[in-house]
Design a protein around this ligand. Structure first.
Ligand code: NI
Length: 169
């Protein structure tokens, strides 16, 4: 099932998500739906709050279907290591049509649980490191625009307000 993507302005995006405690078939189905919804929206990462479900689940595929082994499911993820710096353009499916440069760590290690509840650690660089940070932020009720200047953030918010008024958001 493809879920519509929740956009900036919906309070679910500002709310810290709840920990996942049951690793059952329902969770598997939700994760499948999250991948389907992410691909349909042409994204490389998606957090459950972005489909209106306030649970600590994220899916990532920075190869966008090219490498099936690159599909990652992060349940209850926590960032446990950060090294270096990278500055690159970043966007979010919940803030469509906007992109801004964001400085992030270059190498990031995430600790999370898989679909069976087993803990694992995964270290990513560059785009994958950025995805780990971006999606974990979502689960903490934080958007990437919290990492840009207040001036740029306000400009984006003003433009969105206009789009909301015009019925384009
Ligand atoms: Ni996002």
């Amino acid at each position: 099932m493809i879920y519509p993507i929740v956009k900036f302005g919906d309070p679910v995006l500002d709310t810290p998500a709840a920990a996942v405690t049951s690793f059952d078939d329902e969770l598997k189905k939700l994760v499948d739906d999250m991948f389907e919804s992410m691909y349909a929206a042409r994204g490389v990462g998606l957090a459950a709050p972005q489909i209106g479900i306030s649970k600590r689940i994220a899916v990532v595929d920075v190869t966008f279907k090219e490498d099936p082994g690159a599909k990652l499911v992060l349940i209850n993820p926590v960032i446990v290591g950060k090294e270096g710096r990278q500055r690159n353009s970043e966007g979010c499916l919940s803030i469509p049509e906007f992109r801004e440069d964001v400085t992030r760590a270059r190498t990031v290690t995430v600790r999370a649980q898989d679909l069976t509840g087993k803990f694992f650690e995964h270290t990513g660089e560059e785009l994958l490191a950025r995805a780990f940070l971006h999606e974990t932020d979502h689960l903490n009720g934080k958007l990437y625009i919290s990492h840009i200047s207040a001036l740029k953030r306000d400009l984006i918010k003003r433009k969105i307000k206009k789009m909301v008024k015009a019925g384009e958001w």
